[in-house]
Design a protein around this ligand. Structure first.
Ligand code: FES
Ligand code: MG
Length: 581
């Protein structure tokens, strides 16, 4: 679906032709005229604007002014911008979890980008699952596309302290559970955690995906970090509209499939490691790669982690917020620091190589309290690693940078919860048989489970231990965790327990061995006993009988494949997977 030179443009694109094409065009123009457009407007190239406001999505509150700025840019370049909706995914409002609906949104974006007559698209999203959904849809439709993120929130204030969603939400909640903060104070803090439009103010999933969008070349320079309420954000929106209009008439315009290559995925993983970004990004990046016919390799992640330093001092790992990262130089400054490790020849949406963004960059402008120099990093090695072993034959993920270091090389007795519901029932039971040196395990929270891989992997410290001052424990599950969370948490176990993965075989009283330095996670139970337990596993739960849930149950893939639906992956990838089966 490129902009082929001989392809009809604007409203003439994709006309359904039942033998009389001129009549079909006459009809389409007549209807379009009812919206008050002149013949001149209707003859222009069309920039579709994928707009995603929703009363259920606070992170997209600024959508109207962003759409207006994109339209202005498109019109300044002589195109006709036409806004169209798709579904919107607001992180806090979706049951059982927003991830379940990311693929639905990606199908919506893909099909509407393809079915409607637009020559280029500007897709505006922000909250965690929206941007990956838009990138996935854009790749599959392969229409020239600019991704514009809504931008991060500014911080709020409470008693002189800066607060930002949602690392500080978690911090205050943990203090409340430990009895350090009263219910009254907690409710005072509540209205100061998220105070402006935009996405979470820390290096959570939305911010991480925004940074990856910029380095993958889908977004304009500076577009990841400019705060939602900053004038820069509107200028970037206007420029995104202009670029959309230029792409709409350019047969050589860069297409989304050209932006996703082994080299650009390496760049994205390097940046992810340097920012100690959200673990969720690995799921989304794998799905994005899969749409382009590529696999994201967790072994490759570990290779890159060994040589990529952590450079950004941002919550949840460090002290600062996204507004600080923007002021410190943003993704451009990080690219400057990482330049020896990046492939700067990768294309970007403007048609220029990534390296062009470093032209004229002055490293003296970098705020070193937020972005460390390459040779004086926060950590010499990357913040995210994959673990393998008999508990995770296809991998599990550990955000090393966010964990208590002493917990990363250790053997521990485990306490097992058989599902998120079981955990909710028992975790605060004063009689729970658990001590501070145990590890907590939760099963049935992966992509194939009824809960559809929720952000439940940040298992709470049992109340009685929290009250004793225990702040971190090894916590293991096939769930995900919010990018704003922290702790010695191992996630994304694949295959997951609902599809019979080895995590399902763990029992309270077993021991596990975790070694971050050796990338290992093992269940210390002998193979015969595991085989005996496997034979006793209950049958897989029934698939949903109808609707989107049935599609999900039948087709969702495991975390290392991005939890995309198998039939949405690039046909080459589907073929190679069938050959393996
Ligand atoms: Fe939307 Fe955090 S809730 S980005
Ligand atoms: Mg989140």
């Amino acid at each position: 679906m490129s902009n082929e030179p001989d392809e009809p443009k604007g409203l003439q694109r994709g006309l359904t032709n039942y033998g009389d094409r001129d009549f079909a065009l006459y009809l389409r123009r007549s209807f379009a005229s009812s919206m008050g457009f002149t013949r001149d407007a209707l003859a222009r190239p069309v920039v579709g604007i994928n707009s995603t406001p929703s009363g259920f999505n606070n992170c997209h509150r600024s959508m109207p002014e962003l759409v207006e700025a994109v339209k202005r840019g498109a019109m300044l370049e002589g195109a006709l911008p036409l806004e169209f909706p798709t579904i919107s995914l607001g992180e806090a409002y979706l049951t059982p979890t927003s991830l379940k609906f990311r693929n639905l949104m990606s199908m919506d974006v893909e099909e509407m980008a393809r079915a409607q007559p637009m020559d280029a698209m500007v897709a505006i999203g922000g909250c965690d699952k929206t941007v990956p959904a838009q990138i996935m849809g854009a790749i599959s439709a392969d229409r020239p596309t600019v991704i514009l993120v809504t931008g991060p929130m500014m911080t709020g204030r409470y008693k002189g302290e800066r607060l930002g969603a949602c690392t500080d939400c978690r911090r205050y909640w943990a203090r409340f559970r430990a009895g350090e903060v009263s219910a009254d104070e907690l409710s005072l803090v509540e209205s100061n955690l998220a105070t402006t439009s935009g996405t979470c103010a820390v290096m959570g999933t939305a911010s991480t995906m925004a940074c990856l969008t910029e380095i993958l070349g889908f977004g304009l320079q500076g577009s990841a970090t400019a705060p939602a309420v900053h004038a820069d954000r509107l200028r970037i929106a206007e420029e995104s509209g202009r670029l959309g209009a230029r792409m709409a008439v350019d047969p050589q315009a860069v297409r989304p499939t050209q932006l996703v290559t082994p080299a650009s995925l390496d760049n994205a993983m390097r940046l992810l490691l340097a920012i100690s970004g959200s673990t969720n990004a690995l799921v989304h990046l794998a799905a994005i790669a899969g749409r382009a016919g590529l696999r994201l390799s967790l072994e490759r992640l570990n290779e890159l982690a060994a040589t990529t330093p952590v450079l950004v001092n941002l919550k949840p790992v460090g002290a600062n917020y996204m507004e600080d990262l923007h002021a410190a130089g943003g993704v451009t400054a990080l690219m400057w620091e990482l330049r020896e490790l990046l492939d700067l020849d990768c294309p970007t949406v403007t048609g220029e190589p990534l390296g062009a963004r470093l032209k004229g960059f002055d490293p003296a402008s970098i705020d070193r309290s937020v972005i460390r120099p390459f040779d004086d990093p926060i950590e010499p090695e990357g913040g995210l690693i994959a673990l393998f072993g008999n508990l995770a034959p296809e991998g599990a993920i550990l955000k090393r940078a966010a964990a208590t270091p002493e917990l990363l090389e250790r053997e521990a007795r485990i306490v097992v919860f058989t599902s998120p519901e079981d955990l909710a029932r028992r975790i605060d039971d004063p009689d729970l048989d658990v001590g501070p040196d145990d590890a907590l395990v939760m099963q049935m929270a992966g992509p194939k489970s009824a809960s559809a891989m929720p952000e439940a992997g940040y298992l709470p410290i049992p109340k009685k231990l929290a009250a004793q001052g225990v702040k971190d424990m090894i916590r293991i599950s096939d769930a995900r965790m919010s990018g704003t969370a922290y702790g010695a948490i191992v996630l994304h176990f694949a295959p997951d327990s609902a599809s019979g993965g080895p995590l399902a075989l763990a029992r309270t009283g077993d021991r596990i061995a975790l070694s971050a330095s050796r990338n290992r996670i093992e269940l210390l139970v002998d193979d015969d006993e595991l085989a005996r337990r496997r034979a006793e596993l209950p049958a897989a739960p029934d698939e949903a009988p109808r609707g989107y849930a049935a599609l999900y149950d039948r087709h969702v893939t495991q975390a290392p494949e991005g939890c995309d639906f198998d039939f949405l992956q690039h046909p080459d990838l589907q073929r190679s997977r069938q050959q393996e089966d």
